[in-house]
Design a protein around this ligand. Structure first.
Ligand SMILES: Cc1ncc(COP(=O)(O)O)c(C=O)c1O
Length: 372
């Protein structure tokens, strides 16, 4: 039987070679590879400053601190995201204020933002979900009107663009993530990007235990963290970055095959929608099951028996226990997000899948949907 994981990193001899070079050099942390990776990543994104960190979550935490978000502040964001985006707001003592999503892009709905702005609102943490940017023009206009900072969680959207502009270049800072299910990986890892030198300097210091520039090794000016990226991770990142455009093109091809084989069944399945002017970079290919009351979890289990691994993407953050307990959120607060959470299904997408594989996965999916 064919076996289809939901995601798989694309690792070649190049990654092996670069990691081996690091291992043989004996310099496993705070070395040249991280610097080289940062330099090339800055060039790729078109940002002045970048700061490699140990994860996307670490990056989001530091950008919150660097933006001056603190206890008592509110940050507007989406409930339809991976939990780390909202958690980063809580790490600095601020309150995540959720705004429901647009039913087509699954990104924050700009039309619903203004109603949530209060005197305490400090920033909008925009998440570009699944590989597609949020609708940035109206969001930028709102941020300007109310003097709010924009921070981008671009963890899922490397290589995406909006009217020709790269994800990660709209806000005061942005964060990318390189977990192995992402479009490119470093194992664990993340990258903060910004054009603001001050933000950059704060992040560089805080990722390395709060050392100020030119300080001695055991001297610490600020309350910092160990959020450093190690040299092996940076070596993997360098090899991945060399082929990032090709890797995203492969994902686009796979998404195109899914679109092709699913389109005759648009009464059963809503395929992902790409807004005009957007380039999607396909972190995941997420469909929405359309039959009312479709038993998504049973569909997942049935597909698993056929070794096709799928996942609900994503649960709505406000309905996690911690959020319900601490902020009083409840079912019904964000109906568009909740409906997507109930009926969404991420299908396998990774380099190596061929058109025939997608045809097979879709045929199995349709069989199961019709049966359960
Ligand atoms: C939207 C979003 N934000 C943040 C993160 C956190 O990244 P990491 O897992 O590298 O900490 C992820 C990663 O899955 C993500 O998808």
């Amino acid at each position: 039987m064919r076996h289809y994981p939901i995601a798989k990193p694309y690792i070649t001899k190049k990654e092996e070679k670069y990691v081996l070079e690091v291992l043989r050099s004996g310099i496993l942390s705070i070395g040249e590879k991280v610097e080289e990776f940062e330099k090339l990543f800055a060039k790729y994104i078109g940002a002045k400053y970048v700061c490699a960190v140990s994860s996307g979550t670490a990056g989001l935490h530091l950008t919150m601190i660097a933006a001056g978000v603190k206890a008592g502040d509110e940050v507007i964001t989406t409930p339809f995201s991976f939990v780390a985006s909202a958690n980063a707001i809580i790490y600095v003592g601020a309150k995540p204020v959720f705004v429901d999503i647009d039913p087509f892009s699954y990104n924050i709905d700009p039309k619903k933002i203004e109603a949530k702005i209060t005197g305490k609102t400090k920033a909008i943490l925009v998440v570009h979900i699944f590989g597609q940017t949020a609708d940035m023009e109206p969001i930028k206009a709102i941020a300007k009107k109310y003097k709010l900072k924009i921070i981008e969680d671009a963890c899922e959207s490397i290589g995406a663009s909006y009217n020709g502009r790269q994800a990660g270049t709209f806000g005061e800072s942005a964060v990318f993530a390189f977990y192995p299910n992402k479009q490119m990986t470093t194992g664990e890892g993340g990258m903060i990007v910004t054009n603001n030198k001050k933000i950059y300097e704060i992040c560089v210091s805080l990722r390395n235990q709060g050392r100020a520039k030119n300080m001695q090794w055991l001297d610490h000016k600020y309350l910092g963290y160990n959020y450093r990226m190690d040299e092996m991770s940076a070596a993997v990142g360098l090899a991945q970055l060399e082929k990032i455009d090709w890797m995203i093109a492969q994902r686009c091809k796979i998404a195109g095959w899914y679109n092709k084989y699913l389109s005759p069944y648009n009464d059963l399945v809503q395929s992902p929608m790409v807004a005009k002017g957007n380039k999607h970079s396909w972190f995941v290919y997420v469909i929405k099951l359309l039959p009312k009351g479709a038993n998504r979890d049973k569909i997942i289990n049935q597909l698993k028996l056929k070794e096709i691994y799928t996942k609900p993407y994503l649960p709505s953050i406000h309905l996690f226990d911690f959020y319900k307990k601490h902020f009083g959120f409840k079912k019904g607060d964000f109906p568009v997000s909740e409906e997507m959470s109930a009926y969404s299904l991420a299908l396998p997408i990774y380099i190596g899948l061929k058109e025939n594989d997608i045809k097979y996965i879709v045929s199995q999916l349709l069989n199961v949907i019709k049966k359960v």
